[in-house]
Write a protein that binds this ligand. Structure first.
Ligand code: NAI
Ligand code: MG
Length: 362
């Protein structure tokens, strides 16, 4: 069975880090009968330069057909003043929207060797392994009305509307319960039902779905403000956290800082399964195109490589291969190799390629 992977490396350090991902995919082809066929397309500023748009219709169609899309990063100062449709971010947003990627998975994983790089104490973060499941296509970022109106006499009013329907809540909760089964079998559902009607509905629907289909998974509920506090106080109490678009945006950024560096953080965005069981999926590092170091060969490829590990686990259902890759990253860090962004005293500083070499060797 050939697996189709579309790589859209993008701008800045995107092509550098995705180059290492291609080598990792090649390794799995050669050594683990992975049988992936890779295609490359443009997205972001590079696509604007070539075609006048940030992503082409053909690339969107290819992305829909692919088993998995691997994205590097888009954007950079060169395109800061182009019109909205050409803006690099517009390409990314269009891919997310057209592929209907409603579930954003952001793991916060702390490698033992990097525990001292966290802003928290080692004992609080060492061994941390949590997964935040953020609803990505609904909620206050998209609800209508969304407007600024003039009330006269100098007053203006800004309105955003938080909207969730039963089916939107159930499908994101289903992703979280399914994930929990492959992990520590625990889900924390997060909302603010004390002050929000959509929060009440969220709470009720997650609870109902749990009773219907997932009663073997442990479900708890927490208010979002308390969750923010608990993430910093005692993050290891969590396994899977499921929450809405806005709370998920904020909580996943808090969680990410528990683990050290931006260059280490992978993510996945998953769509709904069609009749044949196929779901669109896009995997990407959390970081941007890092124009300050682009072209210098200094970028950390680990976030992108760990994003590919997520593809192995969630799209291709090759959990053992994902483990293998994550263990290789762990070993290389334990051996003392560091790119500039995660450099610590006494460690060996390496570039993008050497880090890739070491992970392949491990
Ligand atoms: P950034 O993530 O690109 O960089 C922030 C800082 O982290 C920089 O000092 C950079 O050198 C460092 N950094 C990031 N990734 C790294 C890596 N893999 N290895 C080593 N160091 C790394 O965020 P910034 O500077 O705010 O944005 C730069 C450009 O990227 C902008 O055009 C922005 O719009 C775009 N961007 C794109 C994203 C995406 O494609 N998903 C996400 C965030 C920003
Ligand atoms: Mg954010």
């Amino acid at each position: 069975m050939t697996r189709n992977i579309l790589i859209v490396a993008g701008d800045g350090i995107g092509p550098e880090v995705m180059g290492e991902v291609e080598r990792v995919i090649g390794w799995f082809n050669d050594n683990r009968k992975f049988d992936a066929k890779i295609e490359n397309e443009l997205v972001g500023g590079c696509c604007y330069d070539a075609h006048g748009v940030a992503v082409t219709d053909e690339t969107v169609e290819k992305a829909k057909r692919a088993d998995a899309v691997m994205l590097g990063a888009v954007g950079g100062p060169k395109w800061d003043n182009v019109p909205y449709e050409g803006r690099p971010e517009a390409g990314l947003l269009r891919l997310r929207k057209d592929l209907e990627l409603f579930a954003n998975l952001r793991p916060a994983l702390c490698f033992a060797a990097l525990a001292d790089a966290s802003s928290l104490k080692r004992e609080i973060v060492e061994g941390l392994d949590i997964m935040i499941v953020r609803e990505l296509t609904g909620g206050v970022y998209f609800g209508e009305p969304k407007e600024i109106t003039d009330l006269g006499n100098g007053e203006r009013r800004g309105v955003d509307t938080q909207v969730y329907t039963t089916s939107e809540i159930r499908r994101i909760a289903e992703v979280a319960f399914d994930l929990a089964k492959k992990r520590d079998n625990r889900v924390m559902s997060v909302e603010k039902r004390n002050v929000m009607k959509s929060g009440v509905l969220w709470y009720e629907e997650v609870k109902t779905l749990h009773g219907e289909k997932f009663s073997d998974v442990k479900l708890e509920h927490m208010l979002a403000d308390n969750c923010a506090m608990q993430l910093v106080r005692n993050p290891k109490q969590f396994d899977v956290i499921v929450t809405d678009n806005l709370f998920g945006d904020v909580l996943s950024d808090i969680a990410s800082m528990l683990t050290g560096s931006l260059g280490m953080l992978p993510s996945a965005s998953l769509g709904a399964k069609d009749a044949s069981g196929k779901a669109c999926a896009m995997y990407e590092p959390v970081h941007g195109s890092a124009p300050d170091i682009a072209g210098t060969g200094a970028a950390n490829p680990i976030a992108s490589i760990l994003s590919f590990a997520m593809a192995l686990r969630y799209t291709f259902e090759l959990g053992a291969d994902a483990d293998l890759l994550e263990k290789a990253v762990d070993k290389v860090l334990a051996d003392g190799l560091r790119t500039g962004d995660i450099m610590q005293p006494g460690m060996k500083k390496v570039g993008t390629k050497e880090m890739g070499d070491a992970i392949l060797a491990a």
